[in-house]
Every structure is written in structure tokens, then in C-alpha cells.
Ligand binder design. Sequence first.
Ligand code: RB5
Length: 149
Amino acid sequence: MRVALGADHAGVHLKEAVHSLLQSRGIDVHDFGTVGEASVDYPDYAAKVGRAVASGEADLGILACGTGLGMAIAANKIAGVRAAPVVDLESARLAREHNDANVLALGARVTSPEMALQIVAIFLDTSFAGGRHQRRLDKITALDNDRHC
Ligand code: RB5
């Protein structure tokens, strides 16, 4: 499995913790930055990670900013990306099982590092359930194809 990682200045320390977790699991990590605490713009990192996932270069993406919201909003502008901002364990499971989310967005200012790492572990360990959920995903893909931009 290949995972693309990205964060802004608010999420950079959480990103490092996620990076370590992924490495400890033997996962191939492509870290798009940021490095350090200098202020940067989260859409730039959402775009890098989102494009890596949408192109198939990465299987999954994980983003971190202050709330996870801006990263998810930006990443979801990229066709093929299904980014889920997640703050609890049940949503982490359902984001994969029902929505086949391919990008996880974490909020370092709203979620403790311990909780965030548990969310990541569940996100990685849960598979898409398919069945009736596939029909709904197909409708989301159709919305991607309808975009005029
Ligand atoms: C940066 O201050 C902050 O706005 C950003 O990390 C994120 O929370 C946006 O959604």
C-alpha cells in the first residue's frame, strides 16, 4: 500500500506522528510536506495529495490541518477524490465501509494525537463494503463527470 501525506503548519506535527505510524506498519509513504511551522496554504497540500490519489500514484491519502475541514473541502474539488473529515472512530470505519473514502482529513486543533492515530489505524484497516454502497459511489462518480470547470 502507498499512502500520500500532507499537512499545513497547523497539522504538521500530527502529520509527523502519522508518518511514523505508517512507517511502523511497513507502508510506503509519500510525504508531500509541509515541513516546519511556517504558515502555508492548506489547499496546496490538499491538491498534491488529492492528485496523487486520483492518479493512482497513491492508494490512500491522509491530510492534516487545524480542523481537517479546509483540507477536505479542497481535496474534494479533485475528480476521483472522496475526502472525509473524521473526528471519531465510528466515522473512520464508515468512511471506508460505506463511502470508500480515499482521503482522510484530520484536525490537529480538534482531535488529540492519540485519537487521530486510532482514526488512522481504523481507516487503514477497514475495507469498502460494496453492495448497495457501490451504486451510491457510482452516482458520486457521475457527479465528478458532470463537472464543468
Ligand atoms: C490555518 O490557520 C487553518 O485555517 C487551517 O489549518 C485549517 O484549519 C483550515 O481548515
